[in-house]
Write a protein that binds this ligand. Sequence first.
Ligand code: NAD
Length: 324
Amino acid sequence: MDSSSLGHCFITGGAGYIGSNLADRLLALGHRVTAYDNLSTGFMEFIAEAEKHQNFKLIRGDVLDLPALTHAMAGADTVFHLAANADVRFGTDHPRRDLEQNTIATFNVLEAMRANGVKRIGFSSTGSVYGEAAVIPTPEDAPFPIQTSLYGASKLAGEGLIAAYAEGFGLSGHIFRFVSVLGERYTHGHVFDFIKKLMADPTRLHILGDGRQRKSYMHVGDCIDAMLLAMTRAHEKVNVFNLGFDGYVEVIDSAKIICSELGVTPEFTFEGGERGWIGDNPFIWLSPKKIMALGWQPKCSIEEGVRRTVRWIKANPWVLERRS
Ligand SMILES: NC(=O)c1ccc[n+]([C@@H]2O[C@H](COP(=O)([O-])OP(=O)(O)OC[C@H]3O[C@@H](n4cnc5c(N)ncnc54)[C@H](O)[C@@H]3O)[C@@H](O)[C@H]2O)c1
């Protein structure tokens, strides 16, 4: 893939799970990369390899600090905006957090782009914007969704701002609605929680909901392939893509894959109910037909993605301590 048109890439959240994997990939493709991160949930360990590269720079800063963000972005050609409060589950514990970290943060990124004349943005949105979709597999043009989480609502607002800036200021926006992304450096989400609980106590696993929730996942490498493909091949003002594996597993199945990879046979117990928490979507399966039409194919199955995640966490147990 020729990604040269992306030029100097500025990644908000570049020390996080997906952002650091993206930074490594862009460096390997020959790009200059600036990561902008406040290290609230990112780790220096994730960018240790990138930091050896002459084309890489980390700027420690907060996306809510607009003057610092604007200054840091000078000279960038493309922005990947990944910094966020990425945890969907605890929105109702602190309702302002999603608004600030996801919506206002996105506004700041767009303002910094405007000040610097940067014209391209790739944005990590989420399948949570579909709420409990009526159409499954869910296409990008599904009926306008009813929101079920503050996280989804705050990301949808971010999508709206990007579209309005594209119209008003001539930007081009690529909006990516991810399912749960698995793989190396994975540090949050229910698969992480299961692995953490099972490594602490291999004899039992308590599952929120009834375990029958159907979830779709994708491997981080496939996610990055898809983002870069879309950003080099789709040229509308606003380009919206679902990114996910074309299928799903039940939560209990992913728990069983984790157990088999860990070599443990716990007793499963269930909280009960169709949903694990407020805003949990009992059935997520996004149609990836639009990105597949550009030539994207996943290289990693859901099962292999879960297994690779377990292997990485086993090899990096420090992450279990540091990400509580
Ligand atoms: N991981 C998934 O399954 C998934 C699914 C859907 C969408 N997403 C989205 O993808 C993006 C990346 O997620 P991730 O899983 O890599 O999460 P992550 O928490 O590992 O990465 C987020 C990064 O942003 C940084 N950050 C957070 N707030 C910041 C701020 N105010 N200023 C500067 N830096 C800040 C964090 O330190 C971290 O390095 C997020 O926008 C998330 O909402 C992730």
